[in-house]
Design a protein around this ligand. Structure first.
Ligand code: ADP
Ligand code: MG
Length: 440
């Protein structure tokens, strides 16, 4: 199911039925628009022609908004992009790391249960009194359990109380990329200033900077400046600092002396509460048997629970039918793919390249400098271990490789791992980085 497309088809139906738009009008203006994004109560629409874009907003904007607000049972906004605006939009949504839309990621919307009670209480305390006793604050746990939600909740709370506070949000890998770019473009000073002047520094998924010396060095100085200024730092990670093997010792020491809280998978009562809450908010309370059915089956990840509920709501609105256990079963199957996550080789290559701070082309290509060759062996080893691809398949991804050279890379890494603990840690860190990108 292509849900963005389904939403648009649904909107077109409503325009036709409810607002009596003619087939000609629909064909002329609307049918070939495409939905770029549906996020934060906002639908972003794209049409190539500028004039058309203007006309769509002007003539049909309010009807489209009304159709969307009905569909999602909350106020909905519409943005129409045309021409190159799409590129700008994409560049912006990628680069934006000051403060992303934090709508919905608030303390009010966070369901508290045994699995996250401590993390939630600590986050509230930090938000109430930033930069005092619980500084830095470190939240860790597996993917999809509410770390980013709590991080944003702290941000929203502080922003609400003090709109002038300079809140800087960044993801570990963005910090790295931005730093590298700032050096290449001679803007290192701006980069430093931007981060070191934060009143509240929110760092999401810090595990992505582990292993990269120059980034860790810069991060260490950023951390110190903010900390010494008495400003609050909040960090999330998929594992506790002591398990981040390739983390600089100075940073590890800093993190270990922070207030740490973990988030665990929710127990069944909490899962039921989350399902009730999310479905209620989406305007479609679910029957008790459906709630229980989902709660018993989707157990380890709140993001997946949310995915199932969203699918059911969309299904309900579009098909105009009630949701029962049978339908829930299908939605669960869509969201929780049978078996485990198999990462695509491109993701493995990208994550490995990122980790070694080289380009993807270098990994795939034939350059033989030591660091690049090692990264290539690691990527090959990981693809072999994490996917079902044959040696030949793997060979065809890389330039000038066949099953024999692939096998030799794998053997090489297996040999190194036997004696070199650092390499096993590297493999573990990269694997974990790959997995934490799987559910996003
Ligand atoms: P993480 O950063 O740990 O991978 P997120 O914070 O992105 O996870 O959470 C995944 C999704 O699940 C988000 O949409 C978030 O709002 C939701 N979520 C997680 N935990 C809770 C909770 N306790 N109550 C309500 N929603 C939650
Ligand atoms: Mg997250």
């Amino acid at each position: 199911m292509n849900s963005n497309n389904d939403i648009w088809l649904h909107v077109i139906d409503v325009l036709k039925e409810k607002f009596n738009l003619s087939e000609t009008a629909l064909n002329t203006w609307l049918r070939d628009c495409s939905v770029v994004d549906v996020e934060d109560n906002r639908l972003v629409l794209y049409t190539e022609n500028r004039y058309k874009g203007e006309q769509v907003s002007k003539r049909f904007g309010s009807n489209i908004k009304e159709a969307l607000s009905d569909l999602f049972a909350c106020d909905f906004d519409l943005i129409v992009l045309s021409g190159e605006e799409l590129d700008d939009y994409k560049a912006l949504s990628k680069a934006q790391n000051t403060l992303p839309e934090m709508d919905g990621y608030t303390f009010d919307n966070f369901i508290v249960g045994n699995s996250n009670r401590y993390a939630h209480a600590a986050a509230c305390a930090v938000a109430e009194k930033p930069g005092t006793v619980y500084n830095p604050f470190f939240i860790y746990g597996n993917s999809g359990l509410g770390k980013t939600h709590l991080l944003y909740a702290i941000g929203s709370f502080i922003h609400e109380k003090n709109p002038a506070a300079n809140i800087v949000y960044v993801k570990g890998d963005e910090f790295t990329n931005e730093m590298v770019r700032s050096i290449q473009t001679g803007k290192a000073e701006d980069f430093r200033k931007k981060y070191r002047t934060a009143d509240l520094f929110l760092v999401d998924d810090i595990q992505f900077i582990a292993g990269k010396e120059s980034t860790q060095e810069e991060f260490f100085h950023t951390f110190n400046s903010i900390y010494e200024a008495g400003h609050q730092i909040v960090i999330t990670s998929d594992r506790p600092p002591m398990e981040m093997m390739t983390l600089d010792d100075r940073l590890r020491t800093r993190f270990e002396s922070s207030l740490m809280a973990d988030v665990q998978p929710p127990d069944v009562e909490t899962r039921m509460a989350i399902i009730r809450n999310k479905s209620g908010k989406l305007g479609m309370p679910l029957a008790d048997d459906v709630v229980a059915y989902i709660a018993e089956r989707v157990t380890s990840n709140v993001r997946q629970i949310e995915g199932v509920v969203k699918r059911l709501t969309a299904y309900h609105s579009i098909m105009q039918v009630g949701v029962d256990v049978e339908i829930a079963k299908k939605a669960i199957k869509d969201v929780v793919r049978e078996g485990t996550f198999v990462p695509p080789p491109e993701l493995i290559i990208r994550t490995t390249a990122n980790y070694f701070q080289i380009s993807e082309d270098d990994i795939i290509g034939q350059r033989r400098s030591k660091n690049i060759a090692l990264a290539r062996h690691v990527a090959i080893y990981l693809i072999r271990n994490l996917t079902n691809l044959s040696l030949n398949d793997i060979g065809s991804i890389f330039e000038g490789r066949n099953h024999a050279t692939v096998l030799s890379s794998i053997n090489k890494i297996e040999e190194i791992i036997k004696t070199d603990e650092k390499m096993s840690n590297t493999i573990r860190d990269i694997t974990s980085n790959i997995n934490s990108q799987s559910s996003n």
